[in-house]
Design a protein around this ligand. Structure first.
Ligand code: GLU
Length: 430
């Protein structure tokens, strides 16, 4: 069966959410269906064997009403402009919801990092950033890490931009940098930490009597990258039990809980999680169907869809990845009474600490990790409270409408409203 592309998915969700908005100036909300600026660059890179290869890169600025564009750079062989555009819009809503003064953007290069040497990656990154020129900048559009990019790549982004603009403080041009170059303490694990803070707050406010906290909860995490692993570790530190994890090659499970440290070193030495002693292997599709309390998709988009949503055996889904649940699956889960903590809320911890990094860079300050974590926890908790309040209002207003009953709809309508009101306050130019 064909699934909607992530772009169609994003648009569908946006259109669904606009049905519940208050009346605004005609045509204004519809305007947000499209990005403000789309940039495609094609550039040559000399490869290690002396040949030249052509690469495609994108940077999309969806909206900058609330502040400069903000969003990650994704290096992926199947990256498309449609995907980047859809993720840029998601960043607009994420920033608006969590209350950081940024707009939404996203970018990346079509390439397979697993097939590239460090030198090739360095040349691709530098050439890409030089091609973007002044379309990025500390007060215009600020990149960050995303899938298959890390702090090493962000250091190259900074260094390239700084070489192009000597003599000023360029650190705020990119976030997710190494600590030595102005990166924030706590940024590396921020998305995973935000996922756990949001889940904790949700349980505190909405959990049944027996599950008001994370103690004893059985958790399954799809994805063992930066986000999935950090979230899993923090869940365990809160007394939860991670009974299943997976990487792109497959999953492992142990109903008594997986030793995450051992799993990490096993993956490091063998290249995959499969076959780890003391666990049983299972396919990625089957991992999602494990009986558990909380399912955390932390890998790629559209993992929970119309064909498997009916079979999920969890009590709560927390979207650590961007767009892991399709709109059809949303409705199925809603009808089954399984709440979904949506991406723009659950995984906003990354961009939230990116904002803290940007502030520290502008002020030439370094906050302690405790300070960063305290501020992150507070913002995530406040955002969950606000979304739950809106959710309650929507349930009262539209008691028989499954769309209105979704946490995602509550979160999206709040975010779209914020951006729309800010646009009206600034006025439509000229
Ligand atoms: N790539 C992350 C996201 O999708 C973080 C973006 C940022 O920090 O700017 O939210």
């Amino acid at each position: 069966m064909t699934r909607p592309s992530p772009q169609t998915q994003g648009l569908l969700r946006f259109l669904d959410a606009t049905r519940y908005l208050a009346e605004f100036k005609k045509g204004l909300v519809a305007h947000f269906a499209n990005p403000k600026r789309v940039l495609t660059v094609c550039f040559p890179v000399e490869m290690d064997d002396g040949s030249v290869r052509s690469f495609l890169g994108y940077r999309v600025l969806h909206n900058n009403v609330l502040g400069p564009g903000k969003g990650g750079l994704r290096f992926h062989p199947e990256l498309t402009l449609e995907e980047v555009s859809s993720m840029a819009a998601l960043m607009t809503w994420k920033c608006a919801l969590i209350g950081v003064p940024f707009g939404g953007a996203k970018g990346g290069v079509v390439c397979d990092t697993k097939q590239l040497s460090d030198g090739e990656l360095r040349r691709i990154t530098r050439r890409f950033i030089s091609e973007l020129g002044d379309n990025i900048g500390p007060h215009t559009d600020i990149p960050a890490p995303d899938m298959y990019t890390d702090e090493k790549i962000m250091a190259l982004v900074y260094d390239t931009y700084d070489t192009m603009h000597p003599g000023r403080n360029n650190r705020p041009v990119v976030t997710g940098k190494p600590i030595d170059h102005g990166g924030s303490l706590g940024r590396r694990d921020a998305t995973g930490a935000g996922v756990v803070f949001a889940t904790e707050q949700f349980l505190r406010l909405q959990g049944s009597d027996v599950s008001k906290d994370l103690g004893g909860q059985r958790i399954v995490v799809q994805g063992f990258g930066k986000v999935g692993l950090a979230a899993a570790q923090l869940f365990v530190s809160r007394g939860a039990k991670v009974i299943g994890v997976s990487d792109s090659q497959g999953g492992i499970m142990n109903p008594d809980g997986i030793d995450l440290e051992a799993a990490e070193s096993y993956k490091q030495s063998t290249g995959s999680l499969s076959g780890m002693p003391g666990t049983s292997n299972l396919k990625n599709e089957d991992l999602l169907l494990l009986e558990c309390d909380i399912l955390v998709p932390a890998a790629t988009a559209s993992q929970i869809h119309a064909s498997n949503a009916e079979k999920l055996a969890c009590r709560l889904v927390v979207e650590a990845a961007n767009d892991p649940v399709t709109p059809e699956a949303d409705i199925i889960l809603q009808e089954r009474g399984i709440p979904v903590l949506p991406d723009i809320l659950a995984n906003a911890g990354g961009v939230c600490v990116s904002y803290f990094e940007w502030v520290q860079n502008i002020q030439n300050q370094r906050w302690s990790e405790q300070e960063v974590t305290r501020r992150l926890r507070q913002r995530m908790q406040q955002a969950v409270v606000a979304v739950l309040q809106r959710h309650q209002q929507m349930l009262e207003k539209h008691p028989h409408d499954p769309h209105a009953g979704m946490l995602r709809t509550a979160a999206l309508t709040m975010a779209i409203e914020n951006v729309t009101c800010a646009t009206l306050e600034r006025g439509i130019w000229p």
